[in-house]
Design a protein around this ligand. Structure first.
Ligand code: URA
Length: 219
């Protein structure tokens, strides 16, 4: 019989990208004085900087090419193709920037809203590429608050056969991180900040407010 106490727990990786450019932009994006157009631009820029870190371990292979001067062996991406999955609607603010860096990635969308009473996610939309189970999937949503939506989205993707997943957000609450790690210990998480609190409405404190409203100017 296996002695389970000897098996180390699966420790999912959480990467907080503390690069000065990211941290500077996070401060600007948090400020209530930031206008809708600047907010949108900053979210796009931060998403690209986080993508840079989230894709750091992509598989590579070497191919033969010729420069105008000489033949050479040079590295290119190989391995699983990518699919980005946006949790609507704020995820789309992240998606735009990421697609500029990963133009060949396929895209899925999961529509979830939070029941205002229970804060539980209710699914209203689910559209993913047919071959998603063959891809490395990066799920994006700027705010990891309770973790309920993230967990529900990852559950749905695993049900669809996806086995390699990452989760990228702008701000994570400590509580949301714990919940997500407990439910999906195999999923690596990349974030620009961890905030300690959630308020009674499930908003991250200090956070940045409602990411969807700020992206789309709906409030
Ligand atoms: N969603 C948001 O947009 N902001 C939060 O603080 C939490 C969830």
């Amino acid at each position: 019989m296996t002695d389970l106490s000897a098996v180390p727990p699966v420790t999912p990786s959480v990467l907080v990208v503390d690069h000065p450019l990211v941290q500077h932009k996070v401060t600007l994006v948090r400020s209530e004085d930031t206008t809708t157009d600047n907010f949108r631009r900053l979210v796009r820029e931060i998403s690209q900087l986080l993508t840079y870190e989230a894709t750091r371990d992509l598989a590579m292979e070497t191919i033969s090419i010729k420069t105008p001067i000489a033949p050479m062996q040079s590295p290119v991406l190989s391995g699983k193709k990518l699919c980005l999955v946006s949790i609507l609607r704020a995820g789309n603010g992240f998606l735009d920037g990421m697609l500029e860096l990963l133009p060949a990635a396929r895209v899925g969308h999961i529509g979830l809203y939070r029941d205002p009473e229970t804060l539980e996610p209710i699914e209203y939309y689910f559209k993913i590429p047919e071959d998603i189970h063959e891809r490395l999937v990066i799920v994006v949503d700027p705010m990891l608050a309770t973790g309920n939506s993230a967990i529900a989205a990852l559950n749905r993707l695993k049900e669809a056969g996806v086995s390699t997943l990452k989760y990228v957000c702008l701000i994570a609450s400590r509580q949301g991180l714990r919940a997500l790690q407990a439910a999906h210990p195999d999923v690596a998480i990349v974030t620009a900040a961890i905030d300690e609190e959630l308020n009674e409405h499930g908003y991250i404190v200090p956070g940045l407010g409602d990411a969807g409203d700020r992206l789309y100017g709906t409030k």
